[in-house]
Ligand binder design. Structure first.
Ligand SMILES: NC(=O)c1ccc[n+]([C@@H]2O[C@H](COP(=O)([O-])OP(=O)(O)OC[C@H]3O[C@@H](n4cnc5c(N)ncnc54)[C@H](O)[C@@H]3O)[C@@H](O)[C@H]2O)c1
Length: 388
């Protein structure tokens, strides 16, 4: 804001003096480009690693491959800047973000050598961020007593939540901090904030932008399964039974061995598929099983999904589809998180909070309001398209 204010003030005085000077000042503003979108990250795990690597990767090349959208509302990936990051693991806190993202137990693919960023990972507030299966791997540091002050001082306008599944108390603490500091909140994990009407209203009443819950991967098990369920529905095939069994070898899968932490993850993944099944009528709970199924350490951050749909087509004839998907889990989520950030910035600046619900419907597994993928993408494209 400061940048524009300064230049607009300059512009006014030039106006009095000469039209040429006005044109020069406008050209300078355009040349220097937009302000950066300043974000803070909660949880410097694999997803954060891919997110940070991705910003550097696309900033350092003209490539558009691998992106859903090269530009959203005028913003490129290179317009995103991480200004703060928080974790609770001694292996990451106190390190430069460029080093912390490659520190153990992170084990996702390294596709860009991130230089020193100047952002030092600060302690967060642990609460229930560490589960039964990760407690021997994560060495906790002391809690940050001044989290909100640190967040405010960072200049971040968006806070991205990438905590482990089941961190209910921690997520609620950070969501409240986002409200208190009026910083937009993108909830990439399946602790229900956007889907919880109390939290949803709290954000709305306080004029704080919210996108959530639980990021859909770019081409992950959920979207593949959802597209197939939609296909059955659109082509009149009754979906009778279905499963999606997922295995992987990252900390997320280790943590999700704890079934108690997993309830919302199952609900989120299941509802993303059943909400489009059988023309929106869904499927009997006994006939659907979706969720993380085991931890296979040697897979590291690769995930395998086994998906089966059993249907009934014309005249009751059986029709079955079986699919296997293998993918690096974390880049798959980061490719969507970078879109969420740019959509939030665009709609926040237009004070259009309603459209953020469309963004959640497009990018999240458990949005407050569900919509058909094709419809919502068209609407978002129309809303964010800027003529050159
Ligand atoms: N494709 C995907 O990978 C994908 C898709 C959808 C959702 N998600 C969700 O994104 C989240 C992050 O996934 P990940 O693979 O990066 O997990 P991860 O376990 O690698 O990273 C989580 C990080 O959070 C830190 N942490 C724990 N408690 C904390 C607290 N209270 N404050 C600050 N930091 C804390 C941990 O130390 C760790 O560094 C998970 O909940 C996952 O389910 C991932």
């Amino acid at each position: 804001m400061e940048f524009y204010t300064t230049h607009l003030a300059g512009l006014t005085s030039y106006l009095i003096n000469s039209e040429i000077c006005v044109n020069l000042t406008i050209a300078k503003v355009l040349k220097m480009g937009k302000q950066k979108i300043k974000v803070a990250i909660l949880g410097v795990g694999n997803c954060a690693s891919s997110f940070v690597q991705g910003i550097h990767y696309y900033t350092n090349s003209d490539k558009e491959d691998g992106l859903i959208s090269d530009v959203i509302g005028g913003y490129k990936v290179s317009d995103i800047e991480v200004v703060a990051a928080y974790d609770i693991n001694k292996s990451k806190v106190g390190k430069d973000l460029g080093d912390a993202i490659f520190s153990e137990p992170n084990n996702t693919i390294k596709f860009f050598e991130v230089p020193k960023t100047g952002v030092i990972v600060e302690p967060g507030v642990a609460k229930d961020g560490v589960g039964k299966f990760t407690k021997d791997i994560i060495e906790k540091v002391s809690d940050n007593d001044n989290f909100e002050t640190s967040l405010l001082n960072s200049g971040a306008e968006i806070l991205i939540n990438l905590l482990p599944v089941g961190s209910d108390d921690a997520v609620k603490f950070y969501a409240q901090a986002a409200i208190n500091t009026k910083i937009g909140f993108i909830n990439c994990i399946p602790v229900f904030i956007a889907r919880d009407s109390n939290w949803y209203e709290k954000f709305k009443d306080n004029g704080v932008p919210l996108i959530g819950d639980d990021i859909k991967s770019q081409v992950g098990a959920t979207i593949v399964h959802r597209v197939l369920a939609q296909l059955f529905s659109d082509r009149g095939v009754k979906l009778k039974n279905t499963y999606q069994l997922n295995v992987g070898g990252n900390m997320d899968f280790l943590n999700m061995l704890e079934e108690d932490r997993l309830e919302t993850k199952r609900t989120s993944k299941t509802s993303s598929v059943t909400s489009v099944a059988n023309k929106g009528q869904g499927i009997e709970p006994d006939n659907v099983r979706i969720g993380p199924s085991d931890y296979v350490k040697w897979l590291e951050d690769r995930k395998k999904a086994f998906i089966r749909l059993e249907g009934e087509s014309f005249g009751g004839a059986p029709l079955n589809i079986e699919v296997q998907l293998e993918v690096w889990d974390s880049p798959n989520s980061a490719g969507v998180t970078i879109d969420a950030v740019r959509y939030m910035k665009f709609f926040k600046d237009k004070n259009d909070f309603e459209s953020l619900d469309l963004v959640s419907a497009w990018l999240m597994k458990a949005p407050a309001k569900s919509e058909k993928d094709g419809d919502v993408l068209m609407k978002l494209h129309d809303l964010t398209h800027i003529d050159k």
